[in-house]
Design a protein around this ligand. Sequence first.
Ligand code: DOR
Ligand code: ZN
Length: 345
Amino acid sequence: MPETLTLTRPDDWHLHLRDGPALATSVRATAEVFGRAIVMPNLGPPVTTVEQALAYRGRILEALPDGSDFEPLMTLYLTDRTSREEVQRAAACEHVLAFKYYPAGATTNSESGVTGLENVYSVLEVMEEKGLPLLVHGEVTDPAVDVFDREKAFIDRMLSGLVERFSSLRLVFEHITTADAVQFVMGAREGVAATLTPQHLLMNRNDLFVGGLQPHNYCLPVLKRGAHQEALRRAATGGNPRFFLGTDSAPHARGAKESACGCAGCFSSPAALPLYAQCFEELQALDRLEAFASHFGPDFYGIDRNTSTLTLRRETWMVSDELEFHSGEKIVPYWAGRQLSWQVA
Ligand code: DOR
Ligand code: ZN
C-alpha cells in the first residue's frame, strides 16, 4: 500500500466562495490545495455581467493569503434577460470561462434564474458559436415532481432536448446525483461532461436521517438512494474523462444550517481532496484520482493542466467539529468529527 500519493495540483470545477466577510474563510480553504476553481455566480444579487465578474474576481484575489497563486475562474449567471452582447463580452474575457444555468427557484439564490429554456435560446446560440460552456444545475422546479426525481425529470424534459438542439454547445451537468445522469452523460454526444461532489460519492439519502436529522449533509440536489451513489462512485473512478472533480463546496454559517429552515450546502473545501481519496481508495482506484482531480477538468475546458504538484500522505485524522467562519459565526465543515485516511502533506 502506498504511503504517499503525488498528483498534478488539482482544480475545483464547481465552487461557491460567497462574498464580503465570508470570502476569506472560503477562499483560503480552497487555495491551500487547489490551483484554480470555477467560481459560482449565485451571490445576492447574482453576478450577471463581465464587469461584475471582474470586480468579484478582484475581491477574491484580495482575500487570498500573501504569496498564493490560486486563480479564480469566473462564471456569469444566466437570466431571462442576458443579452447576446454580454455573451460576446464574456467570450472575449480571459477570466470568464462559462455561464451558469439555474432553473429559477431550484436552489440557493436562484430566484433570478431562467424561467423557461426558450427565453435563452438566442444567447445559447452565441455560447455555442463561441465555445463558451454552459454549466447546468439539473433539476426541474415543478412542485408536482418528487424532490428525489427532479434530476431525472430534468434530463427527460429539458436536457436531452437542449443537448440535441444546440448540437455543439459545450455543457457540464453539475453535481450529478443519479444513475440516470451517469447514463445520460456516458451516452451523450461529444462536449458533454459532469462534475461529482464528495458528498454524493460518500453518502446516500440515509445519511440525512439516520441517528436524527443531519442538516450538515443537506445539499441540492439532495442525496439519493444507495444504488445511485454506487453508480456515481463507478463513474468517478472509472477513468472516463467526462467525469471530473467539482466539490460544490457551499459554506453556510452553523446557525443557518441548524435552523427550522436549514440552508442547502456542504462546506467540503477544508477536507475536499482527502474526501475524494477516501472514495477512490475504497474502490481500489487511487491510481485514477489524479486524472479525475487534475487532468480531465482542464482538458474539458481547453486550458493547460497545472504544472506544480501536491502530495497526499496516508494519515488517519479527524475533520474539525467546527471552524471560525466570520464575524464571530462558526461553520461546521462537511464530514465534521469523522475520520479520513489521507491528508494533504
Ligand atoms: O447545496 C447547494 N448549495 N446547492 C446549490 O445548488 C447551491 C449551493 C449554495 O449556494 O449554497
Ligand atoms: Zn453549486
